[in-house]
Design a protein around this ligand. Structure first.
Ligand code: RB5
Length: 157
């Protein structure tokens, strides 16, 4: 699998070890930075990974910041991306089975490297369950449709 990875300064301590872990597991890793732990803005790096996933140059995206929250929120703004912050193996499995998540936000400050490796194993090997979940994900992704985006909802009031 081609996996794009990036972090901010708070996730940097885990970014390179996780990239190495993925290579050992046989994945092709696209490292989108940063190269040092100098303070930086997570949106700059989340955006690179999200765009690679959205255009199909990467199959999945892995993002690491302090909490996994801001970096996932940013990635999720890119059309075609379904990014989630994940702290447990169970949620990693469910975000794949139910939500077909294609980008994961990991916490470099509150979750250990070993736990994040286990989370990535599950995130990268669990298939989307499809079926009723596919219909829900399709509804979720209507915001990627230019004819739908920005149109005010009519609640009939
Ligand atoms: C950086 O201090 C921190 O805010 C960032 O890494 C991330 O946790 C934001 O969501």
């Amino acid at each position: 699998m081609r996996v794009a990875i990036a972090s901010d300064h708070a996730g940097f301590v885990q970014k390179d070890p996780l990239a190495d872990y993925l290579r050992v597991k046989g994945h092709e890793v696209i490292d989108c930075g940063p190269r040092t732990d100098d303070r930086c803005d997570y949106p700059d790096f989340a955006d690179k990974v999200a765009r690679l996933v959205a255009c199909g140059e990467a199959d999945r995206g892995v993002l690491v910041c302090g909490t996994g929250l801001g970096i996932a929120m940013t990635a999720d703004k890119v059309a075609g991306v379904r990014a989630v912050p994940i702290q447990t193996v169970d949620f990693a499995r469910l975000c794949r089975e139910h939500n077909d998540a294609n980008v994961i936000g990991l916490s470099g400050r509150f979750v250990s490297l070993e736990d994040n490796e286990a989370i990535l194993d599950v995130f990268l090997t669990t298939e989307f369950a499809g079926g009723r979940h596919a219909e829900r994900v399709a509804k979720m992704m209507r915001e990627d449709d230019p004819e739908f985006a920005g149109v005010p909802l009519d609640f009939g009031m």
